[in-house]
Design a protein around this ligand. Structure first.
Ligand SMILES: [Zn+2]
Length: 266
């Protein structure tokens, strides 16, 4: 099927780094998000895939084409549906220990049935359910993966979800998952803002050692600079000043607010 062939947009960003994008708005525009970004790191010994997207179309064959016979490690930045949909195609998945329970259950995605996009009917084959992967491995802050020439370190960045992680390579690539990206940022309840803010501060601290880190978020723009973290921290700290402008989103069951850099979903 032509659409399946063309669904993933694969771009080689660096020798060892690919971005694999899918259009979340073409699955369900009600999420106010255009792109989901998956990333593939290919080291001299092993490869590492960051997230598996919605799994609407087969992902594994695309990855195999790129890594050939290399051993593959698959990580979820967190357990939300748009990051774990392809998990069942892979035997083993790594996820932060606090979301291991969620990721080990069958996940119901019937909320997509009312999407205005007809292609979600493809999920009918799977009864609008994600099956868990065969094996799950827990991650914790400070864990490291050795891909040969590239090493990848796990940074626990709770806030967007309790087990959200970011990943930093020895090549100064920082993958922030849904903890920081431009576009529609899904924030926790206000009482949990301090958790997210301290995670964002932890990420911003990394720039003290090397100012030339590049950020690769799981949605929207990629290869962005630390201004993303700075504007997000500022925006969250200023939410009270725009609180009166909030509007209710019935589908998301959340408040929507905007400033010059972000849409906030709370
Ligand atoms: Zn997401």
């Amino acid at each position: 099927m032509r659409e399946a062939e063309e669904w993933y947009d694969v771009i080689r960003i660096k020798d060892y780094l690919y971005i694999i994008r899918e259009r979340l708005d073409e699955i369900d525009p009600r999420y106010l998000t255009k792109f989901t970004n998956l990333y593939l790191l290919i080291g001299t010994k092993k490869a590492l895939l960051i997230d598996t997207g919605t799994g609407l179309y087969p992902l594994k064959p695309k990855i195999k084409e790129l890594i050939e016979e290399k051993e593959l490690i698959v990580i979820n930045t967190h357990s939300h549906f748009d990051h774990r949909g392809g998990n069942e195609e892979f035997d083993e998945i790594y996820i932060h220990k606090s979301e291991l329970g969620d990721a080990s259950l069958i996940f119901d995605i019937s909320f997509l049935k009312d999407s205005p996009k007809k292609r979600v009917k493809l999920f009918e084959q799977r009864n609008f359910k994600y099956q868990p992967p065969h094996t799950l491995h827990p991650l914790k802050d400070g864990d490291e993966f050795d891909l040969g020439d590239i090493t990848v370190k796990v940074i626990h960045t709770p806030g967007h979800s309790v087990g959200s992680i970011s990943l930093l390579t020895n090549q100064k690539d920082l993958f922030t998952g849904d903890s920081a990206h431009f576009g529609a940022m899904y924030l926790p309840k206000k009482r949990n803002f301090p958790t997210l803010l301290s995670s964002l501060a932890k990420l911003l601290d990394l720039f003290q050692e090397s100012d030339d880190i590049e950020i690769y978020p799981s949605h929207e723009d990629f290869q962005v600079k630390k201004i993303l973290l700075e504007s997000l921290i500022k925006g969250i700290n200023n939410i009270e000043t725009i609180w009166d402008t909030k509007v209710k989103d019935k589908f998301l069951q959340a408040w929507i607010l905007n400033d010059e850099s972000f849409t906030y979903v709370i």
